[in-house]
Design a protein around this ligand. Structure first.
Ligand code: FDA
Ligand code: NAD
Length: 435
């Protein structure tokens, strides 16, 4: 008979937000037996960013339990035992296929039901697949995506099986850049293909992108811009052999990695909860339009107070902090105490090869590039300011020290007057260190 279980609190999704929500529940005094985390993945919450970086390194790759949450925020690592010690039920390898917010019931693919008093939706994103667009041959073997640990295991196996072979990376965003680097580090012959005139256009300016493109080219990564994959050839075993591009050219491939964006996983709640900008609409405490139902991490569209706007953010810092905020609000409400509103300053980062950048704030307005952006320098260090209405709103820095990264965060938060753009360019990081 299918099981039925009841919990006071259920977190749906055992990713980054799920793990940080559990930690905050414990900090706020959750009692044994009150909290369950339900996850489709077979492992306890972990720091997802590791999957596109150290998990795929050719030497000493990261493996669990090394990167269970809270490695990235410097706290005690939450191993599976931690959950049992705290009386938190980790319900793994369990996909919820139906959510009924009216009766507060979740139903799993195996037919188990879970009822709750308070629900935290932390389902994250799924990858957009080329087969979603009907691209011919897109379901051939060795056309791979990366979101969860199972995907990373498949990628690892493909890298081992195709040693020294040819890899084509489709997409010029986060996955495209991080995976091209790690595939190259694994000695594959890598070609990146993306439709835009430069990589990572949702954040990088043309000048920032020029640095990364040259750096990657110097490392041996080939870059094909302004075109997309329109089809794939496969051999008799169904293994991919080539990528057809819409400019008519063909790239041989033993492995294809696709990173053409994510889609917030909101389908279970369609029609039951208010949505905005593709996500589940929340207030500053991450409570949705349904009282007692919260949404955090990638799926939440929340008030971004600093810009007087509502936004959705697909980055790890927000997934941690939004989870903490929601749990504080849940427990605050029970105690009849008000919780300060979410004051979020956008923060994104990436690492590939020997490079490491951070960005804080908003990438709007005019830009000023500063520093040494010569890709052949021994230690390139450069950045960019974004200036709107005379104020510096966003700052990017490649190669910064911890102090320099703190300084750029301060600038993005304080939004100081920019003065002359020429001066700003000349001053570079000096400007940030004065704030
Ligand atoms: P997350 O995706 O972490 O977790 C969602 C969980 O819910 C998953 O375990 C999923 O299986 C589960 N789930 C979904 N639907 C379910 C259902 N119906 N039933 C049961 N379980 C369900 N950001 C950054 O700032 N810097 C970085 O370097 C990186 N690097 C990076 C690498 C890779 C490979 C990815 C995919 C993403 C990043 N990110 C990142 C983005 C960051 O990891 C992301 O924003 C957070 O993981 C989002 O946290 P969530 O908890 O919202 O979703
Ligand atoms: P993305 O939005 O960063 O990049 C998507 C890229 O896909 C676009 O820049 C474009 O170049 C390309 N593209 C779009 N349609 C295409 C098509 N039809 N054919 C070829 N290329 C096409 O998304 P992503 O890189 O797939 O990342 C997925 C998710 O994972 C995002 O939420 C991202 O924030 C997250 N992520 C973040 C980090 C980080 O913050 N360091 C690292 C990895 C992943």
């Amino acid at each position: 008979m299918a099981t039925e279980k009841h919990f006071k609190y259920v977190v749906l999704g055992g990713g980054v937000s799920g793990g940080y929500a559990a930690r905050e529940f414990v900090k706020q005094g959750v009692q044994p037996g009150e909290l369950a985390i339900i996850s489709k993945e077979a492992v306890a919450p972990y720091e997802r960013p590791a999957l596109s970086k150290a998990y795929l390194f050719p030497q000493n790759p990261a493996r669990l339990p090394g990167f269970h949450v809270c490695v990235g925020s410097g706290g005690e690592r939450l191993l599976p035992e931690w959950y049992s010690e705290k009386g938190i039920e980790l319900i793994l390898s369990t996909e919820i296929v139906k959510a009924d917010l009216a009766t507060k019931t979740l139903t799993s693919a195996a037919g188990a039901t879970f009822t709750y008093e308070i629900l935290v939706i932390a389902t994250g994103s799924s990858v957009i697949k080329l087969s979603d667009f009907g691209t011919p041959g897109a379901d051939s073997n060795n056309i791979l995506y990366l979101r969860e640990i199972d995907d990373a295991d498949k990628l690892h196996a493909a890298i081992q099986a195709k040693k020294g072979g040819k890899a084509v990376v489709v997409g010029g965003g986060y996955i495209g850049l991080e995976l091209s680097a790690v595939l190259k580090m694994n000695n594959l012959d890598v070609t990146m293909v993306f439709p835009e005139p430069w990589c990572m256009p949702r954040l990088f300016t043309a000048k920032i992108a020029a640095f990364y493109e040259s750096y990657y080219t110097n490392k041996g990564v080939k870059i094909v811009k302004g075109t997309v994959a329109v089809g794939f050839d496969a051999n008799a075993n169904g293994d991919v052999t080539a990528v057809q591009l819409n400019d008519g050219s063909v790239l041989e491939a033993d492995i294809v990695v696709v990173g053409v964006g994510g889609r917030p996983l909101t389908t279970l709640f369609k029609g039951q909860v208010a949505e905005e900008k593709g996500g589940i609409k929340t207030d500053a405490s991450f409570e949705t339009s349904i009282p007692g139902v919260y949404a955090v991490g990638d799926v939440a569209t929340f008030p971004m107070k600093i810009y007087n706007d509502v936004r959705r953010v697909e980055h790890v810092d927000h997934s941690r902090k939004s989870a903490e905020q929601a749990v504080k609000a849940i427990k605050g409400k029970e105690a009849g105490e008000a919780v300060p509103e979410y004051e979020y300053l956008p923060y994104f980062y990436s690492r590939s090869f020997d490079l490491s950048w951070q960005f804080y704030g908003d990438n709007v307005g005019e830009t000023v590039l500063f520093g040494d952006s010569d890709p052949s320098s021994a230690k390139p260090k450069f950045g960019s300011y974004w200036i709107k209405d005379g104020k510096v709103l966003g700052v990017f820095l490649e190669g910064g020290s911890p102090d320099e990264n703190s300084a750029i965060a301060k600038v993005a938060k304080a939004q100081p007057a920019a003065g002359s753009l020429e001066e700003l360019k000349k001053e570079g990081l000096q400007f940030a260190s004065r704030i």
